[in-house]
Design a protein around this ligand. Structure first.
Ligand SMILES: Cc1cc2nc3c(=O)[nH]c(=O)nc-3n(C[C@H](O)[C@H](O)[C@H](O)COP(=O)(O)OP(=O)(O)OC[C@H]3O[C@@H](n4cnc5c(N)ncnc54)[C@H](O)[C@@H]3O)c2cc1C
Length: 195
C-alpha cells in the first residue's frame, strides 16, 4: 500500500491528511517534533492569559487519528534522502515513504543581532516558545518587556504581557501598526487603542 508521509502536524499537514484519507485508503503518517497532537496555534495567547487550557486548543479528540487511520509519529526529521525515499529522525529512527509532503511551517525571524540568543530573548511561535514565555515571565520577576516587530504576533505578545501587568515597549519599524498589511485608517484605530 502506498505510504504518504507528512512532516508537520499543523493545520496544513492535518488538512492534507484528512483530504487524502477522504479520497483514498493509502497509509498516512504525520511526523512532528512539536506536540503529540494537532493544536490551534492561534489560541496560544489565550492559554497564556488563562482563558483556555492547552488541552482545549486541540480541534480533534485523541481518538480521531486512530479512527481515521492516520498514524502519528513524534520526532524531529533531521535529514531526508530523496533518492532512496528515506527519513532520518534525531535519535536514529529511520523510515521510508512513497510520497512526502512538507508542511513544516515557520519560525521566529532573527537577524544576527548581538545578544539575540541570551536568556530572556525569545520569539513566539511554538508550544515550546509558549512554555519559555511562561518561564521567562512567571518564574523570574519581570517588570518591563520590549517587543521588536510591529505585526500580528507582536501585538498579541503585548496583550499577553499586559495581562500580567508587565509594561511593554513595542518597536514598530513602519509609521503605523502592521503597516505592511493594514490600511492607514484601520492602523490608526489600532494605534489609538494601543496608546
Ligand atoms: C502566536 C500566533 C498567533 C497566530 N494567530 C493567527 C491568527 O489569528 N489567524 C491566522 O490566520 N493565523 C495566525 N497565525 C499563523 C498560523 O498559526 C500559521 O499560519 C499556521 O499555524 C501555519 O500552519 P502550518 O501547518 O503551515 O505550519 P505549522 O503550524 O507551523 O506546523 C508545522 C509543524 O511542523 C513541525 N516541523 C517543522 N520542521 C520539522 C521537522 N524537521 N521535523 C518534525 N517536525 C517539524 C513544526 O514543529 C510544526 O509543528 C498565528 C501564529 C502564531 C505563532
Amino acid at each position: 500500500m502506498e505510504h504518504v508521509v507528512i512532516i508537520g502536524n499543523g493545520i496544513s499537514g492535518v488538512t492534507a491528511a484528512r483530504h487524502i484519507r477522504k479520497l483514498s485508503n493509502k497509509r498516512i503518517t504525520i511526523v512532528s517534533a512539536e506536540t503529540d497532537y494537532f493544536f490551534s496555534r492561534t489560541a496560544l495567547m489565550y492559554v497564556y492569559m488563562g482563558h483556555m487550557k492547552f488541552e482545549h486548543t486541540q480541534p480533534y479528540e485523541n481518538w480521531f487519528w486512530e479512527k481515521n487511520r492516520i498514524e502519528l509519529k513524534k520526532g524531529f526529521v533531521e535529514s531526508i534522502d530523496y533518492s532512496s525515499k528515506k527519513l532520518s529522525l534525531s535519535g536514529g529512527d529511520q523510515f521510508t515513504y512513497d510520497k512526502l509532503i512538507l508542511a513544516v511551517g515557520s519560525k521566529p525571524n532573527k537577524f544576527g543581532w548581538p545578544g539575540q540568543n541570551l536568556k530572556g530573548v525569545q520569539g513566539l511561535y511554538s508550544k515550546q516558545d509558549l512554555d519559555l514565555m511562561e518561564e521567562n515571565t512567571s518564574r523570574h520577576k519581570v517588570d518591563r518587556a520590549v517587543i521588536v516587530g510591529g505585526g500580528l504576533i507582536g501585538v498579541e505578545m503585548a496583550e499577553m504581557l499586559h495581562s500580567r501587568n508587565i509594561s511593554v515597549s513595542f518597536f514598530v519599524r513602519e509609521d503605523r501598526f502592521w503597516g505592511n498589511v493594514l490600511p492607514l485608517k484601520e492602523a490608526a484605530i489600532v494605534g489609538r487603542t494601543l496608546e
